[in-house]
Each structure stands twice: as C-alpha cells, then as structure tokens.
Write a protein that binds this ligand. Structure first.
Ligand SMILES: *Cc1c(COP(=O)(O)O)cnc(C)c1O
Length: 374
C-alpha cells in the first residue's frame, strides 16, 4: 500500500519493511515480542548467553517456563486441578496421544467431525483400533456449518471437538453440552483469542503456531482426574503423566519456543489486558472483513453466517482468474498469506491475535478498491 502520510512512515511495519501478515500458521507474532527477542538474543538477562544456549534446567529457564505457566493460569482462570503442559509434536501428536491416554476400557470415543483437522484426529484414534463413534456434521455441504443439535453419548470416554476450523472458517460460539462426559478440544487456531469456561473440558490442546508462538510445540491443559486414566504401559514420552511429573522437562523441551510463548502471553496479559479485551479486538477485526464480504458483488463467504469464525475468514471470488488476480494484487500491495488452504482453494484471511486492526483496515480498503476496479 502507498505511504500516505508522515505518520505511516514512522510505523514500524514500514521502517522494518514488513508486510501485513495474514498467514494461517505459522502466523503473525506481535512486533513488540519479535523486537524483544531480537534485542536480548545475544545476552539473555545479563547471563552473557543466548536463551538458545542456556540449560533447560537453569534457574533462568525455570523462570521463563514458570512465567508462561502462571500467565496461562491467570488468563484462562484455571483452578488448581488443571495442569499446563508443553509437549513437542504440535497439535498432530495430540491427535494420537489423546486416545492412547484417555480412552476408558469398554467405552467408546466420540468425535464431532467438522472438517480436515477433526478428520485427522479421528483417524489417529481409529489407527489405534479404538471404538470410535463419529458424530457427522455438514460434510455434505463441505463442512460449511457447525451442528446445533445432537445428543452426546453418556457412555463415551470423552467428546472431542475442534473449536475453530482453520481451513473452512467455522467456529463454535457455544460449546455443546457433554452431558457429564469430559469435553476435549483442539483449540489450535483460537486458543487465547477469547475467554473460555474451561470447567467442562478434561483437556484442551493447541499447536502454538497460530496464537501462541513458534511451531513444533503444543500447549496442553489437562484436568487432574483425566490423568488417572493414563495406562502405565505407554512409552514414557507418550504419557501425559510424564509431562506432569517432570514439569514438561523430562527431556530437553524446545526452550526457544517456550521463551517466545512466555513473551506472547506477557503481551496478551499486559499490553492487551487479557482475553476479554482480546476478544473485543478480534471481533472488531472479523466484522470489518465480513462487512465487506456481505456487501460485495464479488467476494462470497464460504462458511455459513451463523457458524463463522472470527479467526479465519474464508471467501471466494466468482472465477479462478479473478481470484488469482486478487491474490497477486494483494501480495503486490503487501498483504501476505491470503491464499486459502490447498484442500479448499479460495481465499482466507487469518486474523489471529497478533494481526493488528491497522492491518485489517488496510486489507479492507484494498478489497474495496479491488472490487471497484474489477
Ligand atoms: C494448525 C492446526 C493443527 C495442526 O497443528 P500442528 O502443530 O501442525 O500439528 C491442528 N488443528 C488445528 C485446528 C489447526 O489449526
């Protein structure tokens, strides 16, 4: 986008030659966090060493991981019976660890299938030969909406759902009633984007690279009673109890990633002011783009209005040529990451926590301008 005023020239984004990042994951991080990392990279807290060079068993690192855990507890208002764990392997390893650790003998595993990521989670449970019952949703309509009406099986070990469907752009606004059985949620793409009442959840997990930090690690919030289910026979690194018993430090964790997560959580707590504030900002960003889509002759929303996500806004243009033109022109103007997931096509603007209102306003102006010209 053209620089319109002196004020714009002062903007970090332009000084740093950065673009407006709408990537789906790995995704935008707060610029203040990136700068902090840069500034302290060679000498972390006066140690004369980089954070990447110090022991994971040092007091310095212990402070970092404890800070990340304490902030998570405060942000989500976790009671003492919840544990905050860091586990390598991203959200995808959780697809496998959940059935392995939390299936109860003789009781089925129930999964609500709302898209690509749920399907992958289901497959990992099936591979293990578990009794998996899938609650189908809108597969016949390309998963463009979420179910409003179904009954949970009271005999199930758990009910698994994906809180935000990153690829289709749908999101649960109210979680279903588990009828007393624990809910388990993949919150990878909307974790920490809004307040959540964690009580119905036995486990919440999120790959870090959407809203928390760098890729390769998942944050897992697990309730104490769920840990009683963990079979003793599992390999050490695949047992949740190993992570609880060793404060996520059984082996060397991705220390650099955890450090950045701690900084992102500090930003969320202190600069943004918590999850309520974050949700307000996120809703405003999403409504700016949905408003353009709803009034447009060329942009068509993919998700049904009642199931729309405030994190991933998906849309199409009437034909391939115009869509390619839009994506190319957007890129030329400094808007990165707007191509939809390869399995769906179309366009997607991912509006994670670190994406600023300013970036969204500029994108909206660009979308309007493109429509007028086309
Ligand atoms: C990105 C994403 C994943 C995959 O995360 P990995 O860390 O790559 O395993 C899983 N679920 C959802 C909802 C996602 O958005």
């Amino acid at each position: 986008m053209k620089i319109e005023s002196l004020e714009d020239i002062r903007k970090d984004l332009i000084v740093e030659k950065r673009v407006h990042i709408f990537n789906a994951g790995p995704a935008a991080l707060p610029i203040s966090v990136l700068k902090e990392v840069q500034e302290h990279f060679l000498n972390f807290r006066g140690s004369g060493m980089s954070i990447t060079e110090i022991s994971h068993r040092s007091t310095l690192f212990e402070e970092v991981i404890n800070d990340a855990i304490d902030r998570t507890r405060r942000l989500l208002k976790l009671s003492n019976d919840y544990h905050v764990l860091f586990i390598q392997g991203g959200a995808s390893l959780q697809f496998c660890m959940i059935p392995m650790n939390l299936a109860l003998p003789g009781r089925p595993l129930t999964y609500i299938n709302t898209g690509v990521w749920s399907t992958k989670a289901i497959r990992e449970a099936q591979i293990q030969g578990k009794d998996v019952r899938v609650i189908p949703t809108s597969e016949d309509r390309d998963f463009s909406s979420l179910p409003t009406d179904f009954t949970a099986d009271r005999q199930a070990s758990y009910l698994h759902l994906t809180s935000n469907n990153t690829i289709r752009g749908t999101q649960w606004q109210h979680f279903p009633d588990g009828k007393g059985i624990p809910l388990i949620s993949d919150m990878s793409s909307d974790f920490m984007s809004r307040p959540v009442d964690v009580k119905p959840f036995g486990l919440i997990y999120a790959g870090a690279q959407k809203n928390l930090g760098p890729s390769g690690i998942a944050m897992v919030i697990i309730r104490e009673d769920m840990l009683k289910r963990v079979p003793g026979s599992l390999p050490t690194m695949l047992k949740y109890t190993t992570y609880r018993d060793n404060k996520s430090l059984f082996n060397t964790p991705p220390t650099f990633a955890i450090y950045i997560i701690a900084l992102v959580l500090e930003w969320l707590e202190e600069t943004i002011g918590g999850l309520k504030e974050m949700e307000k900002i996120n809703k405003e960003k999403a409504s700016l783009i949905y408003e353009v889509i709803d009034k447009s002759e060329i942009y068509q929303g993919i998700a049904e209005a009642k199931s729309r996500s405030i994190m991933n806004v998906t849309f199409r243009l009437p034909d391939k040529e115009l869509e390619q033109g839009f994506l190319a022109e957007a890129r030329k103007n400094g808007f990165e990451g707007l191509r939809g997931h390869r399995s769906v096509g179309g366009c997607r603007a991912s509006l994670y926590n670190a994406v600023t209102i300013d970036s969204v306003k500029r994108l909206v102006a660009f979308m309007r301008e493109f429509e007028e010209k086309s």
